[in-house]
Design a protein around this ligand. Structure first.
Ligand SMILES: [Ca+2]
Length: 510
């Protein structure tokens, strides 16, 4: 196996790195952070306290224009691990396991490809969405933390399957909570790896925060003062956008002890939530710091590629919206950091990257060939961004793509729309229609991020030329597939209604 990897020495990256041990296949430490938007110091956020992610950014390449393929957990994580966009597979929901769809049963995931090529592949915490973990992806079963969600009794959910409070500042140690335990486990595993230095590994570590509830030990809250946080400037839907495009913030409305039953939240509570998001992000940042410190102390960093990825962004009250579940900028833009042997430190790029690019990128960085995916007619949707890692001015994507499903209900009709979005350097166009509907039935959104970064106005009506041009880009892709998985499946991909406190078997739900 190692010979195969050696003969495929990859361009100037690792071969020219000159680091000791560069002849061995590099390891990959992949850090996934649930619901992490780029409110990080390294992305220019002045309030964020994220010293560890900032240091990680300084070790390699920071992608300023990184986007998810769908702004919700399960499909976003599928697109990472399968390298295929949700609209190519018709998997937008939170409950359909891809191998249950006969056409996808033999799909080869990133974890499987690494194993086939001599790596161990393991996941700690949340990589696939909760109950959708894919066992064949891993050499050993996924390890999930048994840590507590809440430290304070009164904050807990009234009944199993329901939600507790939106926030908590527990007077507890880091590893009282889940993410502290995940960091401890990752550190222990790295120590085990040290004893077996000739065995290359893919270790994927998935932290749960800053996903709701915004829970963190009190010391992370105390780094901030509530009055530091200001409310978003623009708090309504974009003018001229379809009524369904923004959705209903149903996820947060399922939590208990909310000050109102219906949005908007009072300003002081909105500010408290933003404070909570920053505190939870700092908490996860500290856990990431422990894992990377262990990698450094064990002397393994020189031969390890480190990737940090947020599974999607978050609306912190912008557009009057909370949570994710949209095609808008705040829900779809994510942090991506890549460092490792041969990658120059301290680099930033404004070249576009999307989640599906990570699978082929990691294959190229570790000199593995691209697998058959097992899906008829569907190869990997992404493109390796190794050219960008060599030169931050290089471009591999003129466009990135994402999608979100949405039900449109009127008194007598219910349409299951897919909003397919294309984003380039400056614009985003979203085309809303049912799969296979004729193009003229679509509702169109168009935003200009240079002139209108807050998405105040849908410009589609007044820019027909640009609309035609960007729709032609979408039309080159296969039509979005409808939700696969038979009757009933599509519903769960659509955002839940506020206050509908249904049991959530996945334990996360959004
Ligand atoms: Ca998520």
């Amino acid at each position: 196996m190692k010979k195969f990897l050696l003969t495929l020495c990859f361009g100037s990256l690792l071969c020219h790195s000159g680091v000791q041990g560069a002849t061995q296949s590099p390891n990959v430490l992949f850090i996934a952070v649930d619901d992490l938007k780029p409110v990080l110091g390294c992305y220019g956020d002045k309030l964020a306290k994220t010293p560890n992610m900032d240091k990680l950014a300084a070790r390699g390449m920071l992608f300023e224009k990184a986007y998810v393929n769908q702004a919700v957990c399960a499909p976003s994580r599928n697109s990472l691990m399968l390298g295929i966009r949700p609209q190519s597979m018709g998997l937008y929901d939170l409950k359909t396991y891809f191998r249950d769809i006969p056409a996808y049963s033999n799909t080869v995931t990133m974890g499987q490809t690494f194993q086939k090529n001599g790596y161990t592949a393991e996941s700690i915490g949340k990589i696939f969405h909760a109950s959708l973990n894919d066992k064949p992806s891993w050499s050993v079963d996924n390890w999930e933390s048994k840590g507590e969600t809440y430290a304070i009794e009164d904050n807990r959910a009234p009944m199993k399957g329901e939600k507790g409070t939106t926030t908590e500042a527990g007077d507890v140690e880091d590893n009282y909570y889940q993410d502290g335990k995940i960091a401890d486990e990752a550190v222990a595993r790295l120590k085990e790896k040290k004893a077996n230095p000739n065995q290359p590994f893919l270790m994927m570590v998935g932290f749960h925060k800053p996903h709701l509830p915004f829970v963190a030990p009190k010391k992370y809250w105390d780094q901030f003062k509530p009055e530091q946080f200001s409310l978003p400037e623009f708090r309504t839907a974009p003018e001229g956008s379809p009524a369904y495009a923004l959705g209903e913030s149903g996820e947060i409305m399922q939590y208990k002890k909310l000050p109102v039953d219906k949005l908007p939240f009072p300003d002081d509570f909105a500010r408290h939530l933003i404070h909570g998001y920053y505190a939870a992000t700092s908490f996860t940042d500290a856990q990431i710091g422990k894992v990377i410190a262990a990698l450094d102390e064990l002397g393994m960093a020189e031969n390890t590629i480190i990737v940090l990825w947020g599974d999607h962004g978050w609306h912190l009250g912008d557009h009057g919206k909370w949570c994710k579940h949209t095609n808008y900028e705040e829900a779809t833009r994510i942090p991506i950091l890549i460092s490792g042997p041969g990658i120059k430190p301290g680099q930033r790029t404004s070249s576009l990257i999307e989640t599906v690019d990570l699978y082929p990128t990691l294959l190229e960085l570790t000199a593995q060939s691209t697998p058959e995916t097992g899906i008829a007619g569907v190869g990997l949707d992404g493109t390796s961004v190794v050219p960008i890692l060599k030169d931050p001015k290089a471009k591999v994507n003129d466009y990135v793509f994402h999608a979100y499903p949405r039900a449109e209900k009127t008194d007598d009709t219910k349409r299951k729309l897919i909003g397919r979005a294309v984003r380039n350097d400056r614009y985003r166009l979203v085309e809303w229609k049912e799969p296979n509907d004729p193009a003229e039935k679509a509702a169109i959104e168009l935003y200009d991020y240079q002139a209108d970064p807050l998405e105040k106005k849908n410009l589609a009506q007044e820019n027909s030329e640009l609309v035609t041009q960007l729709r032609a880009v979408l039309a080159k892709l296969p039509e979005a597939k409808p939700q696969m998985g038979g009757e009933g499946a599509p519903e769960s991909g659509y955002e839940k209604k506020p206050k509908k406190k249904k049991k959530d078997k996945a334990g996360d739900g959004e």
